[in-house]
Design a protein around this ligand. Structure first.
Ligand code: GLU
Length: 499
């Protein structure tokens, strides 16, 4: 375990804001929190940071929780959904920030009393003007401290008169704030470069900065693991811990998840929500395994892991400082591995919605022919990198109007010897009531014997006559899955249309 008191229980939190959906980068943050917590037999907490009321989206909390559940991140404490309702569990609640306003107020008051925070009455117009002027002078825009020296009596009088106000952190001038980040090492920032952060907004809600510090302390958080976009805020938090007289946690800022152009992965460039990947048919096991590798690398060359293996292997010393690139091809590769090792019954059940959507099966068919579907899924299992690909892969089993995929395939069907193969095929079919596995395994050998045609000249036209394609699943599986009736119908169609 890195840092901290060895006797202390490790407690980590994932603290998303309910602004809509869970971003793939957010899932990785949640995952690293989870892996580290579980690696150290600690606890993970889910806290909802909803103090920015302008960004609140209805249903977002449920959506976040569902995405975490799907991904297999089994946190211990905080906010859950049970029977469709939001519930909270744990000794440090409430875990939804909008339900903790009194708590924040108490600490804001304490800071004001001690002179570590002050009331500010500056209007938006004034702040905009100050910022404009600073920009013109080439300065970094920052609050100019106009209300810093107001006396408490005067401020209270103005509040009593109904003036709108915020509360700001009173940073001492020219002081180095130091802290250590597990990934980035020691960091020092001078207070002259930091704003007097608003802690309490005019709507009575705390800002993220105030709430995060109070909550992480009261919830006993030992390690803060979050995206590096929060690194510039950390000195303010560190200072708050100091003036509140609390021990600060250990900080771990994760490199951003980037796209191939090394830009932040954003909705404008395609799928970014966990829900998108789920819909496309990525398995939670595959997505989690892949995300673990975006920014972290295991000690050996192994790359395919279960959650348990990740928990065992994960550590922060192998998380890189630079952004992790999200590479969809690698995700496909990892996910394909998990599809191949998946339990076939489970995989079949997961594929059925895609087959329904493609119009290949309906409830009745699923009920009557589950084993057949399962066998079909098995024949293409090897070739899938996500489940939504199933529709195009099994397309060949659902349309008896065979269409040669290209000129070359058509030319192969038109070869002189093909009618004799198809005739022999029919003759063999006439011998049986229906096709069983043994028959499917033996038929090509029999045709070879009776026609004298073998190898590619035998198999290619047969495959094309049955599916239209020159590549695809094992011919034996195709024959077995199609069954006698469908095959005859296909042979009829091919003979009528192409020979
Ligand atoms: N609410 C913040 C977010 O949505 C959490 C930042 C943190 O973990 O401190 O990213």
């Amino acid at each position: 375990m890195e840092g901290g008191n060895i006797l202390e229980e490790v407690r980590l939190r994932f603290a998303p804001s309910p602004t809509g959906y869970l971003h793939i980068g957010g899932l990785r943050t949640a995952l690293y929190n989870y892996l580290f917590a579980k690696h150290n037999n600690g606890k993970m907490i889910l806290r909802i940071e909803d103090t920015d009321r302008t960004r609140f989206v209805e249903g977002a909390i449920e959506n976040l929780i569902e995405s975490l559940r799907w991904a297999g991140i089994k946190y211990d404490e905080g906010v859950f959904v049970e029977d469709g309702k939001i519930v909270q569990r744990g000794d440090h609640g409430p875990y939804i920030q909008s339900e903790r306003l009194d708590i924040y107020k108490k600490y804001v008051d304490e800071l004001i009393e001690k002179g570590d925070a002050y009331y500010c009455f500056c209007s938006k117009e004034r702040l905009d003007k100050v910022r404009e002027e600073q920009k013109i002078k080439g300065l970094i825009p920052k609050y100019d401290g106009f209300c810093r020296s107001l006396s408490l009596e005067e401020a209270r009088e103005r509040i009593a008169n109904g003036e709108e106000y915020v509360v700001r952190l009173k940073l001492p001038p020219n002081r180095d704030i130091k802290f250590e980040d597990i990934i980035r090492g020691p960091i020092t920032i001078n207070t002259n470069d930091i704003d007097d952060q608003v802690l309490l907004k005019s709507d009575g809600y705390p800002t993220y900065h105030m709430a995060v510090v109070v909550d992480d302390h009261l919830m006993g958080i030992t390690h803060i693991v979050r995206g590096e976009e929060w690194l510039p805020s950390t000195p303010k938090h560190v200072y708050l811990y100091e003036v509140l007289g609390w021990e600060k946690p250990i900080y771990v800022h994760l490199p951003t998840v980037l796209n191939k152009d090394r830009k932040k992965l954003s909705k404008r460039h395609g799928d970014v929500s966990v829900e998108d990947f789920r819909r496309k048919g990525y398995l939670p096991e595959g997505l989690i395994n892949y995300l673990a590798l975006v920014g972290w690398s295991p000690e050996d060359n192994e790359e395919i892991f279960t959650m348990e293996e990740l928990i065992e292997k994960f550590s922060f010393d192998r998380v890189s400082k630079t952004g992790g690139i999200f590479d969809i091809e690698k995700l496909n590769w990892v996910n394909g591995h998990h599809i191949r090792r998946y339990d076939l019954d489970k995989l079949t059940n997961l594929c059925i919605p895609y087959l329904k959507e493609a119009g290949f099966v309906d409830d009745k068919f699923v009920e009557e022919s589950f084993d057949w579907i399962k066998k079909m899924v098995e024949t293409v299992q090897e070739s899938l990198s996500n489940l939504s690909e199933i529709a195009e892969k099994v397309d060949i089993f659902f349309n008896n109007k065979v269409k040669p995929e290209n000129e070359e395939a058509l030319a192969m069907l038109k070869e002189e010897h093909v009618p004799s193969i198809l005739k022999a095929f029919r003759e063999e079919l006439e011998q049986v009531e229906e096709i069983d596995e043994e028959f499917a395994k033996g038929i090509m050998r029999k045709i070879q014997k009776s026609t004298g045609v073998k190898g590619k000249k035998l198999f290619m036209p047969t495959r094309i006559a049955l599916t239209g394609n020159s590549h695809g699943p094992e011919l034996v599986s195709i024959i077995y899955l199609l069954g006698k009736e469908n095959i005859i119908s296909r042979l009829d169609y091919v003979e009528e249309n192409y020979l």
